[in-house]
Design a binder for this molecule. Structure first.
Ligand code: HEC
Length: 149
């Protein structure tokens, strides 16, 4: 519960820092230095596991719900996109993994927990696939400011 609250409340703050960081990197001519070197087989595997388990809510390609910014009648938010357009990239690999393992606040019908359904390896595969969806720019900002902050 506490982990989920921390996870969600850290979003707004990291939006500002990430946007600022993109600007700084561009000004200093430091963009396009971080290269993604993902194992193509792991990316494919991650997508397959995602389609079986997650696509029902997050879409086949992690595009989420069109109106994901609009709260539902019960005050909850629909499943967000996991690509560059939303805020999955505002979290480190460790935070994302913990959130997927434990899910949203228990009993509130939000993001389900996966710790008894998927292995850590399967979640790692999904996370590599999710990162492969991000644009080069977003990946660079994430790598410098979020993952290695
Ligand atoms: C029953 C629908 C449902 C399924 C199935 C589901 N999710 Fe989610 N997911 C959600 C909802 C709803 C949220 C938003 C939670 C919130 O705001 O509290 C979410 C949030 C997330 C986030 C956080 C995104 C962010 O921007 O911070 C990640 C990452 C995520 N899901 C990954 C997954 C993965 C990986 C799977 C499959 C293993 C999965 N989800 C399956 C409904 C679902």
């Amino acid at each position: 519960m506490i982990a989920s609250i921390l996870f969600l409340s850290s979003c707004t703050e990291s939006v500002t820092t990430a946007t600022k960081l993109l600007q700084q990197l561009q000004e200093q001519g430091l963009m396009n230095e971080v290269k993604r070197d993902f194992d193509a087989k792991q990316v494919t595997r991650g997508h397959e596991i995602f389609i079986k388990n997650c696509a029902v809510c997050h879409g086949q390609n992690g595009e989420g719900t069109a109106d994901w910014r609009k709260p539902l009648a019960n005050g909850r938010y629909p499943p967000p996109p996991l690509d560059s357009t939303a805020h999955a990239w505002h979290h480190s690999t460790e935070e994302l993994k913990r959130f997927i393992l434990k899910g949203g606040p228990p009993g509130e019908g939000r993001m389900p927990e996966w710790q008894d359904k998927l292995s850590e390896q399967e979640i790692d595969d999904i996370l590599v696939w999710i990162k492969s969806l991000w644009s080069d720019e977003i990946y660079e900002a994430w790598y410098r400011q979020i993952e290695h902050r």
